[in-house]
Design a protein around this ligand. Sequence first.
Ligand code: GRF
Length: 203
Amino acid sequence: LRVAVFASGNGSNFQAIVDAVQAGKLDVTIELLVCDKPQAPVVARAAGAGVEAFVFKPKDYASREAYEQEILAKLQEKQVELVVLAGYMRIITHVLVEPFAGRMINIHPSLLPSFPGVNAIDQALDYGVKVTGVTVHFVDGGLDSGPIIAQRALDILPDDTADSLAERIHRVEQELYPQVISWIAADKVSIDGRRVTIESRAS
Ligand code: GRF
């Protein structure tokens, strides 16, 4: 499966995917990193992994749709089959959502539909929930609203801080995301409306 990863920041999920591929645990090729922040650590991670990067500054374009058209052309040129959003901090429009319907996934650090949007970890702590987690979902036109593929729950501990909770959430993400991508690569994931079925979790 030919994959592109979109990221804006640290890139620990990008790295986890690269590591899983290099360890022979994930049978995909990472064709492209798309990043909207030239200084983001994920750009250096891509260079280190020998992954081609398309790095752009949104300000250089007249609109969201304009840079997305350019991204779409890159994805088509690389024959990308799955778009993996991993901390890509921008709204995605119909320009990319429609061509990649059912072929674009996102990871979010809460149990959706609770706490969509930015700062989900802080939102959960501030709300006072006792259980939170990680969600991987297909991307539709809304904010963290697409059909859910997989979720993992985590207890919030009495002495948790935003940092301690984020660290545990990130560890879960880095395990779950490569796993979900491997299910998609093995064609085990099917969508029926909002209901997503995983054929077998054996691998
Ligand atoms: C992750 O927590 C992810 O769930 C959220 O953004 C964060 C990205 O972290 N969407 P990283 O850049 O992969 O380290």
